[in-house]
Design a protein around this ligand. Structure first.
Ligand SMILES: Nc1ncnc2c1ncn2[C@@H]1O[C@H](COP(=O)(O)OP(=O)(O)OP(=O)(O)O)[C@@H](O)[C@H]1O
Length: 290
């Protein structure tokens, strides 16, 4: 079953394009990554799906129901973490979370305590005393407390330190194992790669690729920088290498293939420095999709 389904979903802000003809499907149980650079249309897509803004044309369905016509019903089973959160600053975290829980039937005390413990959130503090990262944690607990069937996360990791990010990813994996479908937007490909089953790439308001992570990783480029003595271009100009340059005794190139090939080519040289890293999203756009 498709949890999210869009059909030529388009949103213009006056004359400014937000998104155009977005067609995506997210299956039940998936962790679906939604990646793109700043201004690509990630938040616009999410806000349109949530019925917070209306599409200019096209439509979207969540749980098989139209996001606008049945928006009220659909939103009950969604947990949403916006990219930026704004709260009543004077409230205590605990009061705020209880207030959020009061919109749903049932007692969520245990759930709030559990989630706050996992995220190491001090519920006795006032919102105004929290750092940016701790406010993010409030948003995470708030978004998950009603055990939603669909969790929509808009750039959720900003402000979380690496340890907390790990905790958060574990929490999301657990929610997923317990049945939640996850829609995860980010501009950081590496975090999406580790968590998601499938990823859609959005750029300038349009989806340019939908790929499962295994394929993306297999096809992915590495960005390599070598500093050393007597390096020359020729030995490194082999299949899989692109954008090869040599400047100030430093070789730079992209490589797609078995990394051992690069290791062999480097064998004869005295190396001063070596950097192998994942390309940025922009670089992937330029090289992976050529
Ligand atoms: N309220 C608005 N009014 C006018 N234009 C807007 C509005 N919100 C977004 N846009 C424009 O729509 C486009 C998509 O923006 P959106 O915020 O959806 O991108 P994003 O991928 O979420 O970016 P970021 O990673 O920076 O949050 C951008 O060109 C942006 O300037």
């Amino acid at each position: 079953m498709n949890i999210i389904e869009t059909n030529n979903l388009t949103k213009y802000y006056g004359k400014t394009k937000g998104i155009e003809d977005v067609n995506i499907t997210v299956k039940e149980g998936e962790i679906y990554g939604f990646i793109g650079p700043n201004g690509a249309g990630k938040s616009t897509t999410i806000r349109t799906l949530l019925g917070l803004i209306f599409p200019t044309s096209g439509y979207a369905k969540i749980f098989g129901k139209d996001c606008i016509e049945k928006g009220h019903e659909v939103r009950r089973s969604i947990g949403y973490l916006p990219s930026e959160t704004f709260y009543y600053e004077r409230m205590k975290v605990w009061d705020l979370l209880n207030y959020s829980a009061s919109f749903f039937k049932g007692d969520y005390t245990n759930r709030i305590n559990e989630l706050s413990e996992v995220m190491e959130l001090d519920i006795n503090r006032k919102i105004e005393d929290l750092s940016y990262g701790n406010k993010k944690k409030v948003g995470i607990v708030q978004g998950l407390l009603h055990k939603p069937k669909l969790i929509m996360l808009d750039e959720p990791t900003g402000g979380l330190d690496p340890l907390m990010q790990k905790q958060f990813f574990n929490l999301i994996r657990k929610e997923n194992q317990e049945g939640a479908t996850i829609f995860f937007s980010s501009h950081i490909l590496s975090e999406v790669q580790h968590l998601c089953h499938r990823v859609a790439i959005i750029k300038d308001g349009s989806i340019i690729q939908v790929e499962d992570i295994a394929t993306l990783q297999k096809n992915n480029y590495k960005k390599i920088m070598v500093k050393g003595e007597n390096l020359s271009i020729k030995p490194f100009d082999f299949k899989g290498v692109t954008n090869l340059t040599l400047e100030n005794q430093t070789l730079k190139f992209f490589f797609k293939g078995d990394i051992n090939q690069v290791k062999e080519k480097l064998q004869p040289y005295k190396i001063k420095d070596l950097l192998i890293e994942d390309p940025t999203l922009e670089e992937i756009f330029m090289h992976y999709y050529e």
